[in-house]
Design a protein around this ligand. Sequence first.
Ligand code: NAP
Ligand code: G4F
Length: 322
Amino acid sequence: MSRIALITGISGQDGAYLSHLLLAKGYEVHGLCPRRGSDTLWRLRELGVHDHVRMIDGDVTDLSSLVRALERSRATEVYNLAAQSFVGISWNQPVLTGQVTGLGAVNVLEAVRMVNPQARIYQASSSEMFGRIQAERQDERTPFYPRSPYGAAKLYAHWMTVNYRESHGLHASSGLLFNHESPLRGIEFVTRKITDAVARIRLGHQRELRLGNLDARRDWGFAGDYVDAMWRMLQQPQPDDYVVATGRTVSVREFCALAFGQVGLRYEDHVVVDPAFLRPAEVDVLLGNPEKAHRVLGWQADTSLEALVAMMVERDLERLAG
Ligand code: NAP
Ligand code: G4F
């Protein structure tokens, strides 16, 4: 039987890695593409898959375009990765964030219910929903306390996914993914902002790096590992929710030390704290417990933080040198 996937947010970091994974498994891969005019397909090109995915015009805020995309693709697996995913900007664009990240997910669920209720759905939930953490290590039973418009929008989408599963019997799973990074990470996120700056400073293109809260701690993994967990969730006989994390937490400051250390520099000589990058409310620390994903899905994070940092710095050096 042919396996067909529809990915929303296909041009993002995870969309690119997931396309690569599914194509390697023999899937026919379709992507919902908002076609914004600028070059949004660079990540798919970097992984060499842009000629192998089939793009369908559409936007998750437009239910009719999702219905058409499901009809045209005949997808049996739907991965909803589309979002306004940058926490920092969500305070300035709370309505848009709610429409895309929150209601957009409901449009996906509703379109599947209307067109093919047998299709399996992955919803990209987030550790940001834990916000002001209610347990030292967060797992599937930890209460949520979102601290940003983005976190609140993701929580709405998460509960609607659970609701469609329980009300309509959809095979809808929610992945509570902790931060995951890669050389394809958007430049606005702190890890890539750091590795890009490290490369520029090493090559003499810039002298300092301005950051916000250096004490925030995150459980950072590699995106290439995490998309495999998404796929595994949809291969289960029953839909469910899973925490996907490494089980190690590290501060932004420690990440800086690792990244600058890669090229023989000290972060203390270059990093400047700039209040402009502080947030109205911070998520101080995240630390996931991926025990259930390991036990049920057979998944674990294979890439160490050190290997991830090395990979990102190396790729940024190559890009700038090129
Ligand atoms: P990303 O790089 O920001 O990608 C987001 C994607 O959504 C882009 O392809 C973007 O297209 C698309 N998009 C935005 N608005 C849209 C709309 N109205 N209709 C259709 N597509 C739209 O994010 P990511 O890091 O790959 O993350 C994938 C998903 O996982 C997101 O939902 C994110 O919130 C969630 N998540 C990420 C992490 C993480 O650490 N990376 C952790 C937990 C959860 P354009 O490029 O054209 O704007
Ligand atoms: O890299 P960040 O912007 O990621 P954040 O806010 O944790 O969100 C990411 O992970 C979530 C999962 O928990 C995803 F759902 C979400 O879509 C996104 O992928 O910031 C990480 C930390 C924050 O505490 C922030 O305050 O780094 C701190 N930080 C310090 N200086 C900075 C900066 N963040 C950014 N973006 N830029 C800075 O200059």
